[in-house]
Structures are given as structure tokens and as C-alpha cells.
Write a protein that binds this ligand. Structure first.
Ligand code: GDP
Ligand code: MG
Length: 160
């Protein structure tokens, strides 16, 4: 089973993306951070690939960078072939985004930058900043409006 993890600080749209890709409202979606307490796993089919998708949810609860939380996140991502790093470029990069980025660099797995909440082409200029994370070309998506999801999954498949 191929495994793909969705990571990012709270409120960037991880659960929205998970739900959109899984096609069910399985994960909790909410306006405030920290609602999804545990990692959620769901199955998706894409071009004949069965992919186990993991919403790492509340494993990244902002300021808490204790060892236990980090280990739980690492456990959830064990065996993942690729990681979708979700960001909200309309909000700009925050310290929490950079902490996640540093942590992902140490994991040494393929990372795909999903620039979420790019609901229309007029939001695309916000994406330029994301090149600075050092993970290559950011892909514009909108979990809410189902934009860019095929391009995102095509990129994921290059790592499988
Ligand atoms: P999580 O904490 O990373 O799991 O984020 P959620 O999926 O709970 O989403 C946080 C907020 O962002 C919710 O209010 C969502 O409705 C909103 N959101 C998620 N995706 C999009 C999107 O593509 N466009 C816009 N405009 N809002 C979004
Ligand atoms: Mg969530």
C-alpha cells in the first residue's frame, strides 16, 4: 500500500484537502486550530493507484514542539512515500510553517508544496514566497473549490 501524509500547521486546510481527496467528510473540518486530535487515515484511488492518505491533523499543534508530539508525527509518517506540505500563502509564511519545513527536511522524504486557498488565478501572486522554503515549485490548489488537485496527485505519483 502506498502511503502519503498531509502535514502543515493548523488551519492551512489539511483536513479540507484530505476530505476532498478521499471524497467523504471523514476528517473534522473546523475554523479553529487543533480540532483534529489524532491522525486520520483514508483510502483513495488515483489512476489505478491505491493510496493510503494520512491527515496528520492535531499532531502539529502550533507552539508545542515536545519530543512526544514529534515522535507521534514521525510514527504517523513512517513508510510514507511522499509528503504533501500544505501552506496558506494568502496568510504569508509564519514561524510555525518554517518549523514544519525544518522538521520535514530532517525526515529526508519527497516533499510536495501545496499552496492552498488559491481559489482563483488572482491569488497566484501570493505563491512566490513559497519557493523560499527550498522544496521546489509550489503547486497552487484550492481544497474548497477542488482546483489543482489532479496536478497535485500527478506530482505525488512521480514519487511512487
Ligand atoms: P487544518 O487545520 O489544516 O486541517 O485546516 P481545515 O481543513 O480545518 O481548514 C481551515 C479553514 O480553512 C476552514 O475554515 C476551511 O474552510 C478553510 N479552507 C480550507 N481550504 C480552503 C480553500 O481552498 N480556500 C479557502 N478560501 N478556504 C479554505
Ligand atoms: Mg484538520
Amino acid at each position: 500500500m502506498q502511503k502519503v501524509a498531509i502535514v502543515g500547521r493548523p488551519n492551512v486546510g489539511k483536513s479540507s484537502l484530505f476530505n476532498r481527496l478521499i471524497g467523504r467528510r471523514e476528517a473534522v473540518v473546523a475554523d479553529f486550530p487543533g480540532v483534529t486530535r489524532d491522525a486520520k487515515e483514508g483510502l483513495m484511488l488515483y489512476h489505478n493507484h491505491r493510496i493510503s492518505l494520512i491527515d496528520t491533523g492535531g499532531l502539529w499543534s502550533g507552539d508545542e514542539w515536545e519530543e512526544a508530539i514529534r515522535q507521534k508525527a514521525e510514527w504517523a509518517m513512517e513508510g510514507a512515500q511522499a509528503i504533501i506540505f500544505v501552506l496558506d500563502p494568502r496568510e504569508g509564511l509564519s514561524a510555525a510553517d518554517y518549523e514544519v519545513a525544518d522538521w520535514l527536511r530532517r525526515l529526508n522524504k519527497p516533499v510536495i508544496i501545496a499552496a492552498n486557498k488559491i481559489d482563483s488565478p488572482k491569488h497566484e501572486p501570493y505563491m512566490a514566497e513559497l519557493w523560499g522554503l527550498g522544496f521546489g515549485e509550489p503547486l497552487p490548489i484550492s481544497a474548497e473549490h477542488a482546483r489543482g488537485l489532479d496536478d497535485l496527485m500527478d506530482r505525488v505519483l512521480t514519487h511512487m
